[in-house]
Design a binder for this molecule. Structure first.
Ligand SMILES: O=c1[nH]cnc2c1ncn2[C@@H]1O[C@H](COP(=O)(O)OP(=O)(O)O)[C@@H](O)[C@H]1O
Ligand SMILES: [Ca+2]
Length: 463
């Protein structure tokens, strides 16, 4: 018997890097219910495509590493299946920023990538820049698909919607933007950032919002920009979030060469700035707080005046930068808010040699920033999204579910390729409807007759 397998390749072009995913699933005809597995996850070396040079000849590293990942895909997928293998590329906040800053360059980068992808033996579909809300929504689909919240097999081996219909909220912390998405308890609620999606015949009312410039890397640049601006000496700046003993000298453009920061007066992009770590927990927390506008919100609002309904008491999965931060401070999966605060406090009090010793498995490039990001995560979740000590423990910090990476890519693939159709009759009985109806009638009639028989017997016994 031939077991058909469908294959899809998705390139996630994030702000900090690109990743190639290969998904496959058995071609079950009914309701597209075949379970998707991740066959390959290939990290493309080099920066994200928004930092790529337009010319492949001048940017050998990025192009060579994309080709390497695509060669791996070509080897895994049998040649006979190449032209039925769907290929998508989705770009996110890094390209959203570049597009608004330099549209020509962003079009050139995408155009060159498109030409390259079209030259491959696969069924190329498109390469596009996604909106932040789409990114949030696809992340939510991925999370709930992987957790089995859309479908499960019942005792009759048929696909049904799990009892209770509990969905999990999704929180993604990328390099340039961050997304939150969750279902609203009130199915009739309408408003900004609320979208209705129909999946397998059920309507979901989802709140989703993406904050550009609040990704882990861009938000850190905003922290550094604040420190530079507030420093008496603009070229020798104390950074309370870096460990004492850690100093680094960077060009001003690495902080200010983004739309996410405001240019200082007399800006010189080549000016070198020395950042000096001081392991100052309180000062770090304060400067991180300062990048959020927490004052323009009253009810049903997160920060920067953005509408957000209450997060409620449901579960959330926090992934990407959330997970890396939780992992670095040693609090993956579920934690208590007090635990997060005290662990951050301890982490931020360590000087650089102690940090290096205690967290020897983390490379310096990431390690230097975890005190900042631990405060960032606490601030956005508590002061921003309004999680509290009771709801914090509903947040699960993970990067994978069932050996599959959590991110927008799987949800995008499922939705775009109609793997999760809007309409579907989920509850299918293991026999024809007429047979089931007949049996149901028979059992009901038998039950009624038996009950009547018992009543008559009981009445007779009384007399
Ligand atoms: O392997 C890792 N360890 C630690 N941090 C990472 C790793 N990979 C990415 N990051 C950081 O986590 C954040 C989110 O990464 P992600 O890859 O989701 O961002 P992107 O999709 O915007 O490129 C970024 O700040 C990135 O620099
Ligand atoms: Ca991402």
């Amino acid at each position: 018997m031939c077991v058909c397998v469908c294959v899809c390749v998705l390139i996630d072009s994030g702000s900090s890097r690109s990743t190639v995913y290969l998904y496959q699933w058995p071609a079950e005809k009914e309701n597209n219910t075949g379970v998707v597995t991740q066959r390959l996850r290939c990290s493309v070396a080099g920066p994200g495509i928004s930092d790529m040079l337009v010319d492949p000849a001048r940017d050998k590293l990025s192009w060579t590493s994309i080709r390497e990942c695509m060669n791996n895909v070509t080897k895994i997928v049998p040649a006979a299946q190449h032209n039925s293998t769907i290929l998508y590329l989705g770009a996110t906040a890094g390209m959203r920023l570049l597009h608004s800053q330099n549209e020509t360059m962003s079009n050139e980068i995408l155009g060159n990538l498109q030409n390259y992808l079209q030259s491959l033996p696969f069924n190329y579909q498109n390469a596009s820049i996604m909106s932040g809300d789409e990114e949030g929504l696809y992340g939510w689909i991925t999370v709930n698909y992987l957790m089995g919240n859309f479908l499960e097999k019942n005792i009759w081996n048929t696909w049904v919607r799990p009892a209770g219909g509990k969905m999990v909220g999704s929180m993604d912390l990328g390099g340039a933007s961050t997304q939150i998405a969750f279902t609203l308890p009130d199915p009739t609620a309408r408003g900004t950032d609320i979208v209705q999606v129909s999946l397998y015949g059920y309507e979901y009312n989802i709140y989703t919002h993406s904050f550009l410039c609040y990704g882990k890397n861009e938000a850190e640049k905003r922290v550094l920009a604040t420190l530079v601006k507030n420093s008496k000496n603009a070229t020798h700046v104390i950074n309370p979030c870096f460990g004492r003993g850690y100093n680094t000298t960077v060009a001003a453009e690495s902080i200010f060469g983004t739309q996410c920061t405001e240019l200082p007066t007399n800006y010189d992009p080549k000016q070198m700035i020395t950042l000096v770590g001081s392991s100052d927990n309180v000062a770090c927390r304060d400067v991180v707080h300062g990048i959020f506008d927490l004052t323009s919100c009253t009810d049903n609002c997160s920060f920067d005046g953005v509408y957000q309904p209450p997060v409620g008491s449901g579960d959330f999965l926090a992934y990407a930068g959330y997970f890396y931060t939780a992992q670095a401070i040693g609090l993956t999966s579920i934690s208590q808010l007090d635990q997060w605060n005290s662990t951050t406090w301890e982490f931020c009090s360590w000087d650089w040699p102690t940090l290096k010793l205690k967290k020897s498995w983390i490379s310096d490039i990431y390690l230097k920033s975890y005190c900042y990001s631990a405060h960032y995560v606490q601030t956005i979740l508590v002061n921003g999204y309004k999680f509290n000590k009771d709801t914090w423990k509903n947040i699960d910090f993970q990067k994978q579910v069932h050996n599959t990476s959590v991110g927008w890519s799987l949800g995008y693939m499922l939705h775009t390729s109609n793997m999760i159709p809007a309409e579907a009759k989920l509850v299918r009985l293991p026999m024809a409807n007429s047979v089931f109806g007949g049996l149901l009638f028979l059992f009901t009639a038998l039950t009624i007759v038996s009950v009547m028989f018992l009543i008559i017997k009981a009445v007779r016994a009384c007399y």
